[in-house]
Design a protein around this ligand. Structure first.
Ligand SMILES: Nc1ncnc2c1ncn2[C@@H]1O[C@H](COP(=O)(O)OP(=O)(O)OP(=O)(O)O)[C@@H](O)[C@H]1O
Ligand SMILES: [Mg+2]
Length: 511
């Protein structure tokens, strides 16, 4: 590794139609330092990374200086050739290949034996091992990638980046699909890379991560650098204020809804894999949290209730005409909304405008009765209202969803379900990728709806969020209900209690 690695950005601007995503951004990064890039949704973080990754070109006048030389990053290949590696949020791995093939995937031809067509597997494994060793990883080079956890795939993605000669590493929200343990492993890897003198950019909405990992931060707001600091010189409140441009007031909600009016009941339900024999009730106007570790069957619980996974056993009840009646999944579906976790797979029509995404679950509302013809003018009016209400940052409702920043895409999904206004809304990680300010706004919107009688069932991996949002939390472990905690007893310990005791029982069984 050369020691004079350096990167400087001078006067970088980027204009998209109707949006100035970056406005005269200048700063420099040092080797052996992790530089955090923070800012609210749409502040310009990913755009900046995309410019370094050769995906977008900056406007006229901007300069990128690497190792003292002005460079043009015309395309992703030029970026790779300059030693820049982009580790994106959605893990990129070739599931049907082995670990070593994944690590060396950028140039498999290099490993062709001179005579004949075969690859030199032995040499490949040896080479791949070198990169895994650099990362201090114990992943088996021979393992098929589909057997690995998301966290391990993430590490392989980093190994591949290093193998391609990456010395400037860009991490854009890398931890949003990782478990706590995997996050800890990723941080170890990043620490190690820092010691080895890499330049590292780290984007995250989890400010605790920024404080734990970064040496300094650059704060973007509306495409401009509004602050830079050594991490030791600021605290969380100051950072949030820099990001938002105002102070957030921690509003306390003392909700005293009548939480004894059961609107929905699941009885002994089992799915194809998980859940197993799971029962719970939900009250009208209640915000019920579902807490569990990654892989505990939280999303599967929702999928089974809503018929996406097959329900093998159990009954569902829904209150109609003042009476709790057994319902089929199809009946239930008329009364519920489901905000799924994977927004890119099943939550959005990326190539369609925001407007049509917002109305997509609710087209009946927009057709003149019996005609089946859409009243598009009404669609536009209503979607503009929701864009305003939920705070989607966009010039107008005609912008394609694919052009929005990650957090703003999430807000479009929320807008869609708020428009449908179902009686029960199932939400799987509703604030994933959403900035601190917007998280607060979304929470407020949920409170408002709940006050008016909508019931919510919410999965969140963020302890602070689930405790501040919910009225009651049920705990799931290996697909089973292992605890229920009332608001007065919320604490990390009380939530973990069911899980820990279950783990102990499992350990006893093994002995
Ligand atoms: N390809 C594009 N075409 C048009 N506008 C774009 C494009 N990419 C980004 N934008 C706009 O540029 C602005 C900055 O977006 P960017 O993705 O950089 O935000 P971000 O800081 O990464 O936000 P998030 O935290 O939500 O990921 C947003 O207003 C976004 O809508
Ligand atoms: Mg982004």
């Amino acid at each position: 590794m050369d020691n004079n690695l350096s990167l400087e950005l001078r006067h970088i601007s980027k204009t998209f139609p109707g949006v100035k995503a970056l406005n005269d951004v200048s700063f420099s990064a040092q080797p052996g330092k992790v530089c955090g890039i923070v800012g609210v949704n749409g502040a310009g973080k990913s755009t900046l990374m995309n410019i370094l990754g050769g995906i977008h070109q900056p406007d006229e006048g901007g300069e990128i200086i690497i190792n003292g030389k002005k460079v043009v990053i015309a395309d992703p290949k030029a970026s790779t050739d300059l030693g820049i590696a982009f580790i994106q949020q959605e893990v990129q791995a070739f599931d049907t290949m082995n670990v070593y093939e994944n690590v060396l995937a950028a140039d498999l031809n290099k490993w062709r034996k001179k005579k004949g067509l075969g690859l030199d597997f032995k040499a490949m494994k040896k080479e791949a091992q070198i990169y895994l060793d650099t990362l201090d990883s114990r992943i088996d080079v021979d393992a098929p990638v589909y057997t690995l956890t998301v966290g391990d795939k993430q590490i392989i993605q980093i190994a591949r980046a290093l193998c391609q000669g990456g010395r400037i590493l860009l991490f854009d929200e890398p931890t949003s699909s990782l478990s706590d343990h995997e996050v800890a492993m990723l941080f170890q890897v990043i620490h190690r890379l820092r010691e080895q003198g890499y330049i590292i950019f780290y984007i995250s909405h989890f400010l605790d991560e920024i404080f734990e990992l970064c040496d300094n931060v650059v704060v973007l707001r509306d495409g401009q650098v509004v602050g830079q600091a050594e991490i030791g010189d600021i605290n969380k409140e100051q950072l949030v204020e820099m990001m938002l441009g105002y102070q957030v007031e921690g509003r306390v909600h003392n909700r005293e809804g009548a939480l004894n009016d059961v609107i929905f009941k699941a009885e002994h339900i089992s799915g194809e894999k998980l859940p197993r024999d799971f029962s719970f009730t939900l009250n009208k106007g209640e915000i019920l949290g579902v807490w569990g570790l990654l892989g505990s069957g939280r999303s599967e619980l929702f999928n089974t209730i809503l018929g996406i996974d097959k329900m093998m056993d159990g009954r569902l009840y829904f209150k109609q005409d003042g009476e709790l009646k057994e319902v089929t999944q199809k009946d239930l579906y008329k009364h519920v909304g489901y905000l799924t976790e994977g927004r890119h797979y099943d939550g959005l029509f990326l190539n369609m405008p925001i407007c049509q995404n917002i109305t997509s679950s609710n087209l009946n509302q927009f057709s003149a009765k019996g005609t089946g013809i859409l009243n598009t003018a009404k669609e536009h009016v209503e979607s503009r209202k929701l864009i305003e209400q939920v705070g989607v940052k966009t010039p107008d409702e005609n912008v394609k969803v694919s052009k929005l920043s990650g957090g703003n895409q999430q807000k479009v999904i929320i807008a869609k379900w708020f428009l449908k206004d179902p009686e029960i809304l199932f939400m799987d990680e509703p604030t994933k990728g959403v900035d601190v300010g917007a998280k607060n706004d979304i929470k407020e919107l949920i409170f408002e709806k709940a006050e008016k009688g909508t019931s919510f069932v919410v999965i969140s991996s963020e302890l602070e969020e689930i405790m501040s949002l919910c009225d009651r939390i049920i705990v799931i472990y290996e697909g089973r209900l292992v605890g229920e905690v009332a608001k007065a007893d919320f604490s990390k310990e009380s939530l973990m209690k069911g899980i820990v005791s279950q783990e102990e029982k499992n350990a006893e069984k093994e002995i």
